[in-house]
Design a protein around this ligand. Structure first.
Ligand code: AFP
Length: 324
């Protein structure tokens, strides 16, 4: 079994990028250890605080964020970080060549029920003349030099890309190393499995309502095949399923809160996952354009997300085009 760093060198990843990815894997091992200790580590439950998103912070949200922030800001290769749990960007005392945006613990509402959670990360190049404010992060997803996620499930897995396909590593707890367990992820173009939070159905656009209605009609409906549904309420887990066996994951626009019509964040959820999915042969859209082509407007911007099996994503986009 190959370890992480030699495989990155084999991909000719720049030494600086390998160093940042090594820092991320160190943080991931520590988060994995704390998570798998669960109640024994006294890290379950919520704090009394809310983050910039207006969400109650779980104790492990704070622990994971602090771990990643501390280790990344110590790296000579990092210029600044952005986090779901930080109001604004944090500049490093070092002037590294990379910017790192991350969701330290995605799906954290699953923690107290021993469900699967994850860390999502996006690595961008520092601009030639860095503004040293959030604007230097506002780069299209296509500018990412690396992206990936860590899935803290029955096994801890690191799934990442540096632009040469998607590799999967599994944490060997006996030696404390991520070992390569899948060289190339390939998402099937078609699928019979979709993931959406059905409880929002009455708030969706007509396009999404009709698209899902036709999925549910199965072989008696216009799709002429039956579909299965899953919803893990953790993007990392739902996306890992489609990276592994195909599928469509969507968190679309909805009318529940006109101030916040989208749920998922562009910079540290949608864009890194879109890079992974496209590198594995899938597609990722907001319903009207590829997520990787969206021009970010602010660091905590939210977008609609449709990603997974390329033909199924295209089908869903056609419903959006039909309804305008
Ligand atoms: P939490 O991190 O607050 O649990 O949110 C997870 C998430 O951002 C994403 O990972 C899930 O796909 C989505 O929210 C689940 O949202 P619902 O709770 O509305 O289903």
């Amino acid at each position: 079994m190959k370890r992480l760093l030699p495989t990155l060198r084999a991909d000719n990843a720049p030494e600086g990028l390998i160093s940042v990815l090594n820092t991320l894997q160190i943080a991931a091992k520590e988060i994995s250890f704390r998570l798998h200790q669960g109640a024994l580590a006294g890290v379950l439950g919520s704090t009394l605080d809310e983050n910039i998103q207006g969400e109650t912070q779980k104790k492990l949200d704070v622990v994971a964020n602090q771990l990643l922030k501390t280790l990344l800001l110590e790296s000579p290769r990092v210029h600044a970080i952005a986090s779901e749990e930080e109001d604004s960007i944090v500049l490093s005392p070092n002037s590294g060549e990379y910017l790192v945006a991350f969701d330290p613990l995605d799906g954290s509402s699953n923690i107290d029920i021993n469900g699967t959670v994850g860390t999502i990360f996006s690595i961008l190049p520092k601009p030639e003349t860095p503004s040293n404010d959030e604007s230097m992060f506002l780069q299209k997803g296509r500018h990412q030099v690396a992206a990936g996620y860590v899935l803290y499930g029955p096994s801890t897995m690191l799934v990442m890309t540096t632009g040469n396909g998607v590799r999967t590593y599994t944490l060997d707890q006996t030696v404390g190393e991520f070992l390569l367990t899948k060289d190339t992820a390939a998402i099937p173009a078609d699928t019979q499995e979709f993931a959406i939070n059905m409880s929002n159905q009455r708030h969706w656009s007509n396009a999404v309502r009709e698209y899902v209605e036709h999925l549910l009609l199965g072989e008696e409906g216009p799709r002429q095949k039956n579909f299965n549904m899953r919803w893990n309420a953790a993007m990392v887990s739902d996306v890992h399923r489609l990276v592994t066996r195909g599928g469509l994951f969507t968190y679309p626009w909805d009318a529940r809160n006109p101030e916040k019509p989208f749920k998922l964040r562009l910079m540290y959820e949608a864009a890194p996952m879109a890079m992974i999915v496209e590198q594995a042969g899938g597609a990722a859209s907001n319903g009207y354009m590829p997520i990787l082509d969206i021009e970010p407007e602010h660091i905590h911007q939210r977008v609609a997300v449709i990603m997974g099996s390329a033909n199924e994503v295209q089908k869903c986009v056609e419903y959006h085009e039909k309804h305008g």
